[in-house]
Design a protein around this ligand. Structure first.
Ligand code: G3P
Length: 216
């Protein structure tokens, strides 16, 4: 299972990368705005800065919602750096654009996916990644993890090449449940990743080992 960090915060990306377990980064317009990154030039420079920190795929989301706009924005993003993956919303024009990018050899991440039907369309269009948002489904009393498992099953059955990238992860249990469901990738903020480190018996055991070592 690949680990992506879901943030546009460069310090957190560095911290995650320093752990040695990061395989990539996902961003979205809200995460960019949260860091105060605004305007075309600043946004493009920020993507380049992220690519310089991490080895691996970096999802950069288009703002356009019409086919021509998505294609022109996506091509521009893809030219920025070989690690860029064009993140495209699951809308009719987005599916058409994903097919266009696929045929051109440009990697894509189909975002805002909330159903297995949408995931099938993304795979048929040749998306590199499909991003089901599990936390946002949980928010409306719908089991996000069940959707991950359903998509994984369908993709395996038909041998689709699209990787299931579980997004909108809110806590460590989401990561574990995604692993059990067979997600190819989880993308999450730094805190749930660091949460995986924690176990009280580890802390108690280490304290005892060190105390025993230091006994005279
Ligand atoms: O990048 C998409 C995503 O992971 C959104 O997460 O917490 O805003 O639902 P969240």
């Amino acid at each position: 299972m690949k680990f992506f960090i879901d943030t546009a915060n460069l310090d957190q990306i560095r911290e995650g990368n320093d752990l040695g377990i990061l395989d990539g980064v996902t961003t979205n317009p809200s995460l960019m705005a949260k860091e105060g990154i605004r305007g075309q030039e600043q946004i493009l420079n920020h993507y380049k800065a992220i690519c310089d920190i991490v080895d691996g795929d970096v999802s950069a989301e288009v703002i356009a919602t019409d086919f021509e706009g998505i294609v022109s924005e996506g091509e521009h993003l893809a030219e920025l750096h070989p690690q860029i993956v064009v993140k495209v919303p699951m809308i009719r024009e987005g599916v058409k654009a994903i097919r266009y990018f696929t045929d051109k050899g440009i990697k894509t991440n189909c975002t805002l996916v909330f159903s297995a039907g949408q995931a099938i369309l993304a795979a048929k269009a040749g998306a590199t990644y499909v991003s089901p948002f599990i936390g946002r489904l949980d928010d409306i009393s719908t089991n996000g993890i069940e959707l991950i498992a359903q998509i994984v099953d369908i993709y395996r059955y038909y041998d689709f090449g699209t990787q299931v990238l579980a997004a909108s992860i809110r806590h460590t249990m989401h990561i574990l449940e995604c692993a059990e469901a067979g997600a190819d990738v989880v993308t999450c903020p730094l805190d749930p990743i660091l949460g995986l480190l924690k176990h009280p018996l580890t802390d108690i055991g280490l304290a005892k080992f060190l105390a025993d070592h230091n006994k005279k």
